[in-house]
Design a protein around this ligand. Structure first.
Ligand SMILES: Cc1ncc(COP(=O)(O)O)c(C=O)c1O
Length: 359
């Protein structure tokens, strides 16, 4: 069977990108973000590829952590969104999952575990993003609670940056300073930077950095692509032509007849659509590569097909691969055309897509 839509994941590229992280933040430990199934690249293969190279991994939810443990990934693993119940706290203990605690009720849950239970925890502080985390003013009270539990393993303090991808925005400096002041003199590691933070904000390169997007080869900074930062794209998202037809001038193509052939021409159909994760907002003119040449997607994206202006590739045939994003066709560029960000496209591929991991 010939797979219609494939995502080929270059694990060597991900290791290369970890090297770029290390060069940017040579004095920091690296907690590699592999939530959302490794940003759509497969959390288990990514973790295996980086095991021994990243110092820890970060996932959002317990289900993700347990899948990794089931797959025998033994590296330190942090649960960024923390626990919701005592049962979850017990599972974290059993599977050696580090808990990120972002509210008092989560500390209540941990305190309900038997004394002597070796809970490993980070404390998340809200230094200005106002999503998760304790208010900075709570730190003295918090520290009293944590210091009262020498049976716990206290790992350190985490905060998250809201605007790190805006190099001219003073909010990041303010967040870093406020965080540093709040934990001044207290024990524990400090962790601030995501990809944009560690690239653009040297002051955010503290004990631990937490890169996600850049590991997969995409740029976290708007206006740049991964290659500008020395990164290699890890995903090659491809479909195939399943039809090639010649139409007369004026023929309308696809749903809504939104595009008409400006002259007699060849149109191809590639077997990919929004049911696969090819964004429906992508407009006419979005580039696709066929036989090494850029062609334009025309008309609307259907559930499982798109139509291509093949005038630039008259020799294109049914069965030819059609590159949707990957090396030579930056996902950042495709995302911009869809009015979104690379994060959403990369982690938006569906189960219809055949994944292949190499390297
Ligand atoms: C708390 C936290 N740290 C780190 C990351 C990694 O961010 P990025 O993919 O921008 O490097 C995320 C992702 O959203 C996050 O939520």
């Amino acid at each position: 069977m010939i797979p219609r839509v494939t995502a080929t994941i270059d694990l060597a590229a991900i290791r290369h990108n970890l090297g770029v992280v290390r060069r940017n933040a040579p004095h920091s430990k690296v907690m590699a973000a592999i939530k959302a199934d490794g940003y759509g690249h497969g959390a288990v293969p990514v973790a295996r590829a980086l095991e021994g190279q990243a110092d820890a991994f970060a996932v959002a939810a317990l289900e993700e952590a347990l899948l990794l443990r089931e797959a025998r990934v033994q590296a330190p693993l942090a649960l960024l969104e923390g626990i919701l119940s005592l049962e979850e706290a017990r599972l974290c203990l059993r599977h050696a999952v580090q808990v990120v605690v972002h509210d008092h009720w989560q500390l209540d849950i941990l305190e309900a575990l038997p004394h002597g239970a070796r809970v490993s925890l980070w404390i998340k502080l809200d230094s200005g993003m106002h999503r998760l985390g304790f208010p900075l003013a709570d730190v003295p009270r918090l520290w009293q609670r944590v210091a009262a539990r020498p049976d716990w393993e206290f790992l350190g303090w985490i905060t998250h940056l809201a605007c790190a991808d805006e190099p001219d925005n003073p909010a990041t400096h303010e967040q870093v300073q406020a965080f540093a002041r709040a934990v001044d003199g207290l024990p524990g590691a400090r962790s601030i930077a995501n990809s944009a933070g560690l690239i653009a904000w040297p002051e955010a390169r503290t004990d631990w950095v937490r890169p996600g997007l850049m590991l997969y080869g995409a740029s976290p900074l708007p206006g740049k692509i991964g290659a500008d930062l020395g990164l290699k794209p890890a995903m090659r998202f491809e479909s195939r032509l399943i039809a090639v037809r010649d139409y007369p001038k004026g023929a309308a193509i696809g749903y809504g007849a939104t595009w008409r052939c400006p002259e007699p021409m060849r149109v191809g159909v590639a077997a990919v659509g929004y049911a696969d994760g090819y964004h429906r907002a992508l407009p006419t003119g979005t580039p696709v590569v066929v036989r090494g040449r850029r062609v334009e997607m025309v008309g609307r994206v259907s559930m499982d097909m798109i139509t291509l202006d093949l005038r630039a590739v008259p020799d294109a045939c049914v069965g030819d691969p059609a590159l949707l994003w990957g090396e030579g066709l930056p996902v950042e560029d495709i995302a911009r055309r869809a009015g979104t960000i690379a994060y959403e496209l990369l982690c938006g591929l569906t189960q219809r897509v055949r994944f292949m991991h190499a390297g």
